[in-house]
Write a new protein. Structure first.
Length: 193
C-alpha cells in the first residue's frame, strides 16, 4: 500500500502502525507533531501574511524520525535514511524539510556523510523547535533540559553529543526566531547561520 505522507491522516496512521513497537519514540513523534501543528496555527493567526502550513508542518513532524524504521535504514543515520526513504516514496519536498532537523547537519559533517540540500523554512524550523523540546516518551521540556537529556543518553564525547554541542548556536537562533513569531514580535526568519 502506498502512503501519501502529505495527507495528515494517512501519515499519522502509517507512523502509529510503524512505531507501535517503539512506544517512547511514538509518543515523542506524536507530541512534536501536535505541538508543531498548534504552533503553525498560532503563527498564522498572528501573522496573516504568512501562509498557513499547519497540515504540512504536522506531516513533516510526523515523519521526522521515519529513518529509524528498519524499512528505511540504509546508512544508520536516521535523517539521511528518512530522506532517502521519503524521496523513494515520492515525497521529496517533505524529505528536504526533515533531513536537516535538529543537529543533523552537524552530525552529518562529523560522520563524513554528505547531506542533501535541505529546507530551512518555517516548516523545518517548527520541527526542530519542538524536536529540541520534547524528550523520548513525549515529555515537553525546555531546550536546555532536552540538551542535557541528549548528552546523558548518548554521552558528551559521542558523535551525537558533539554534534548537539556544535549545533547549539544554530538551534538557539531557530528557537528565538520561532518564539518571535509565536509572540507576534517578528516576521519569519530563516534561522540560518
Amino acid at each position: 500500500m502506498s502512503v501519501n505522507y502529505l495527507d495528515p491522516k494517512e501519515a499519522e496512521r502509517f507512523i502509529r502502525d510503524a512505531f507501535v513497537d517503539q512506544p517512547d519514540r511514538l509518543r515523542h513523534i506524536l507530541v512534536i507533531a501536535e505541538r508543531a501543528r498548534q504552533s503553525a496555527r498560532d503563527i498564522a493567526a498572528r501573522h496573516p501574511r504568512l501562509p498557513a502550513q499547519e497540515e504540512t508542518v504536522y506531516c513533516a513532524a510526523l515523519v521526522h524520525d521515519i529513518g529509524y524504521l528498519e524499512v528505511a535504514r540504509r546508512t544508520g543515520f536516521h535523517p539521511l535514511d528518512g530522506y532517502d526513504f521519503l524521496c523513494a516514496q515520492g515525497a521529496e519536498a517533505l524529505a528536504r524539510r526533515i533531513v536537516g532537523h535538529s543537529s543533523s547537519p552537524e552530525e552529518a559533517r562529523l560522520l563524513g556523510l554528505p547531506l542533501p540540500d535541505y529546507d530551512e523554512d518555517l516548516v523545518a524550523q517548527l520541527v526542530t523547535y519542538w524536536d529540541m523540546q520534547v524528550k523520548q516518551g513525549g515529555e515537553v521540556v525546555g531546550y536546555e533540559a532536552r540538551y542535557r537529556d541528549i548528552l546523558r543518553r548518548y554521552g558528551e564525547a559521542s558523535v551525537v553529543g558533539r554534534a548537539n554541542r556544535l549545533a547549539r548556536p544554530r538551534i538557539r537562533r531557530i528557537l528565538a526566531a520561532v518564539e518571535r513569531l509565536l509572540t507576534g514580535a517578528g516576521e519569519a526568519g530563516d534561522g540560518k547561520d
